[in-house]
Design a protein around this ligand. Structure first.
Ligand code: SF4
Length: 433
């Protein structure tokens, strides 16, 4: 049977899809591209915004329209939040954000009995669902999910409702998966989770995020460890000191800011102030002067005044972000913010987003320029016409003369910046295959 997969949303969803793909492959299903003919389509949905819902439903309907005789599995956050909404013609199995380990069996049973199966469970206290992965569609960097769920309930966020309470993956499993990925030839691992910052808080053995990072750091063959999104609260002097002793940790840190106004941060129920956020940035920059800081920022949150927005711009400029992901606020039914007073007109939310995106571009340019003349290490992804491209440790796109195989770490010196790319020459002194 031919099976095709499509993921909407975050890296954790991508990881979950890869795990389901591996289970189907182990059961003898052949993986084929999603935009071609298949007997089974697996759609892993997202519900973080209204757009996530819309795109998920559009994809299910399009799949049905273009492949009327094919089977469809709908999994993920929209299926968890609203199974009725995805109970559409052609959908054989509706799987929430749990029980992915049973996906093949649940699907085959439903096919055998000619029924539509809805396997969406409550997310009360369930252990971390360990889905082992050996290889990914990605060839160069491997995403590894080490944490699930969130207990924070930020006022605008639906994720705790669809992903449940925090569950951390045992360190032994993390080490084992890193070993398998190293054997499979991966040189870079991205540690990801729904709320990475709370890794270990549920573990009886008191494991912490730094312990999980160190476990991967000790695996031979792994050369780089990239961290998924963090909150400033985890960036303490001790944490930074531990990272200083782990040279494989990429000097790129994604710290979600969301707003630079303390008044809005409080309404968002974020657990830090703008000055605490900037202190976390200062700690990282002091320890890693060439590090890249990236972030997420929301505009037009209920109650956001022009002055609040100006505060956000000031904090972004002070942080000197290398990349900013900017989102105009969108209401999520079932969240506290959706019924808050002080709604900002949609047009103003979007206008502020455009302003922040423009600021982000300026800051990104400055961050790229700052690397001119510096040494970098490029993990190559592609080579053509005598040029190899890939990403540096700071996750900046880079191009270097020479055709290197995929997944090579090339030492280079930045000569210039073109658009969003560092133009480099190999560093004869350091070059190492
Ligand atoms: S920390 Fe807040 S924004 Fe992030 S997943 Fe949890 S509730 Fe959502």
């Amino acid at each position: 049977m031919k099976a095709a997969y499509h993921t909407l949303g975050c890296k954790v969803n991508q990881y979950d899809t890869e795990a389901m793909r591996e289970l189907f492959e182990q059961a003898g299903y052949e993986t084929v591209p999603f935009d071609g003919p298949a007997d089974l389509y697996v759609i892993n949905t997202c519900t973080v915004t209204g757009v996530g819902d819309k795109k998920s439903l559009q994809l299910i309907r399009r799949c049905r329209r273009e492949h009327p005789s094919a089977e469809i599995i709908v999994a993920g956050c929209l299926a968890q939040r609203s199974p009725e909404q995805v109970r559409l013609p052609g959908v054989r199995l509706i799987l929430g954000t749990q029980r992915r380990g049973e996906v093949v069996q649940l699907f085959e049973e439903a096919v055998c009995t000619g029924t539509q199966c809805v396997a969406v469970d409550s997310l009360k206290k369930t252990p971390f669902e360990s889905l082992a992965i050996r290889s990914l569609s990605e060839h160069v960097r491997a995403y590894m999910k080490i944490q699930e769920g969130c207990n924070r309930y930020c006022s605008y966020c639906i994720i705790p409702i669809v992903r449940g309470p925090i569950r951390s993956r045992p360190i032994a499993e993390i080490r084992a998966e890193a070993g398998r990925l190293a054997e499979a030839g991966y040189r870079e691992i991205v540690l990801t989770g729904i709320h990475l910052t709370s890794y270990g808080q549920d573990l009886k053995d008191g494991g912490r995020l730094a312990d999980a990072i160190r476990a991967v750091h000790e695996v031979p063959g792994i050369r780089r460890i990239r961290l998924g999104s963090l909150e400033p609260v985890v960036v303490t002097p001790d944490f930074v000191h531990e990272l200083e002793r782990l040279p494989k940790v990429c000097r790129q840190f994604h710290l979600a800011l969301q707003s630079g106004s303390d008044a809005i941060l409080a309404r968002m129920r974020r657990r830090y102030t703008a000055s605490e956020f900037l202190e976390a940035c200062r700690l990282l920059r002091t320890a890693f002067p060439d590090c890249a800081l990236t972030t997420d920022v929301m505009t037009g949150f209920p109650g956001e005044t022009q002055e609040n927005f100006e505060e956000t711009k000031r904090v972004c400029a002070a942080a000197g972000f290398a990349r900013m992901h900017v989102f105009p606020y969108s209401e999520r039914e079932g969240t506290a913010a959706a019924v808050m007073d002080g709604a900002v007109p949609r047009a103003l939310r979007e206008q502020r987003a455009r302003e922040l995106i423009a600021l982000g571009r300026q800051l990104e340019k400055q961050a790229l320029q700052a690397f001119t003349g510096k040494r970098v290490e490029i993990l190559t992804e592609k080579a053509e016409d005598g040029i190899s491209t890939g990403y540096t440790g700071a996750y900046m796109r880079a191009a270097v003369r020479g055709e290197y195989p995929e997944g090579c770490l090339v030492c280079a010196v930045v000569k210039a910046v073109q658009k969003d790319t560092l133009i480099c020459d190999t560093d004869e002194e350091e070059e190492e295959q």
